[in-house]
Write a protein that binds this ligand. Sequence first.
Ligand code: MG
Ligand code: ZN
Length: 363
Amino acid sequence: MRKKILMLSVFLMIIVFINGVYVYAGEVSSNKRPVNIILFIGDGMGPAQVSAAIAVNDNTLVVEKFKYAGYCKTSSYDRYVTDSAAAATAIACGVKTRNGMIGMGPDSTAVMSILEIAKKNGLATGVVSTSAVTHATPAGFVSHNSGRGNYEDIALDFLKGTADVFIGGGSNHFVKRKDGKDLSADLKKMGYDVVFTLEDLMKSNSMKIAGLLDNEHMAKSTEGRFGMLEAMTMKAIETLSKNKKGFILMVEGSQIDFAGHDNNLNWNISEVLDMDRAVAKAYEFAEKSGNTLVIVTADHETGGLALTGGDLKQKSVSGVYASTGHTAVMVPVFSHGPGAEKFTGIIDNTDFFSKFKELLRIK
Ligand code: MG
Ligand code: ZN
């Protein structure tokens, strides 16, 4: 009997000890690593675009729930003011390059992207955009080309299978090509479900999806597209999360940039709000899964937007644009989930690549 009591108390002590260590580890958040990463790039989304969207949206956005924030420097290899190609290459591949170049160093040597490395390590991968999927930002994650405008060549790079899921516009570059090739046939042979409408996308149960939802860029959020990015993002997360080894997904609010070039404040704000709806879904998934890092940032600012007035009660804001091009202002970085604290302070756009590799423990 005594022996039994002794054994029981030793057993209880071990339980307490293990439990104590467990609780301790749980409190040290820097020990936690993400299994999944969802990266949002608001193309052309500077601090003013975010502020304006907050003002007209009951003074709040989903990113306000994110625990950490920082700033990111955006310059390219050869220019103080970057373009989206060099910026995407910096974010996706960790290398500064010349404006206009995709997935290559300044000497035209191809460099591996975080998606290619993730794929090699057995993770699921995806890109989602409201531009053509062959446009600079998504292209930086899957393609290597010295000219961002070589859309049909960039489309060929999708046949390497770097992205298990790619959803956006750009079907012309796959099926209405100058060389007469129909890349949808090649994609089907590779096991992709190739869909051309949002309806068919939602119905797909495939682990590999090519969603080419428009000929070129998708419609403006102010002209019927609002909310589609949210649906596309949900589908991508649903599909990629079937891989238990984890996934990395890049979602682009592509047309924040288009509206900035157009100096159209309503459209500019609408595109930020549209992306925020997609961010909400990623945030919900992160909260549920507990092992997902979500980052919301930009490649550069577009338009040099300054907010010169407004009324929070009226949910209105007024602003002026200093440029029809890109500007060099630092862009915000909002992060949430395991590893989020690594993206605070002032970082460089090349830092995402190395931090993602480190956090996912992939080489
Ligand atoms: Mg873009
Ligand atoms: Zn632009």
